[in-house]
Design a protein around this ligand. Sequence first.
Ligand code: SF4
Ligand code: SF4
Ligand code: FES
Length: 246
Amino acid sequence: MYHNRDRLPLEANDLPEETEGRGETVRIYIMGKEYRVPAGLTIMKAMEYAGYRFIRGAGCRGGFCGACATVYRKEGDYKLYTDLACQKTVEDGMYLVQLPFVPANKAVYDIEELRPEPNILLRFYPEIARCVSCNTCTKACPQDIEVMYAIQHALRGEIERVANMTFDCIQCGLCTIRCPAEIPHYHVFQLARRIYGRYILKPARHVRERIKEIESGKYDQEMDKLLTVSVEELKRIYENRGRIEE
Ligand code: SF4
Ligand code: SF4
Ligand code: FES
């Protein structure tokens, strides 16, 4: 994120006429500097309105990618809040900080060489044993995941339970920056879901059948042909593809 100098920000005493004095703006602080922005904007839109441009820390803008982790305090309130900048709307007196990236330890592994053993999560992430059950991670999660319980299940080797509990994790890292035990929760959960998907979850019948067809070479000729056609031809094929009826 950086300030876009080509666009002049609207500062506290520089309001558009149509909004001034009607209670339709709120004060927010970005890097400690005060701006007035229209009420009802998301944090992300309010920051752009103030003249900032996101070059990191923004992706889907729809609450799915986890790129826009935000930490903030409110005037007169000791609590440190966490949320997603593309989802949370601005409140008067917010002091905002964007996190472009959360540096967290990520284990390197080849999923084909792993096995769904009960101690697998602990082996790659021994720091989960440091959990002191403070529940701070759960309170920080914008996806309402029971993060602390998921870590406890990970510690007990309950891979399937961890995978199912954390399906909605968007890897924002807000749990990790708040954890006193420095656990990279979202990497632990991702490993659990990968092991679950690779070794535990039984694919549905039609998926198994399609895999068999692919492995038998049924689509090889078609794939070879696709690799030789032009981009325009690919677009045409895509436009005319058959629809799957619901
Ligand atoms: S914040 Fe860390 S130490 Fe606290 S409950 Fe969550 S995982 Fe455990
Ligand atoms: S579990 Fe952690 S990384 Fe996943 S959505 Fe919640 S706070 Fe973000
Ligand atoms: S930009 Fe993707 S979750 Fe906010």
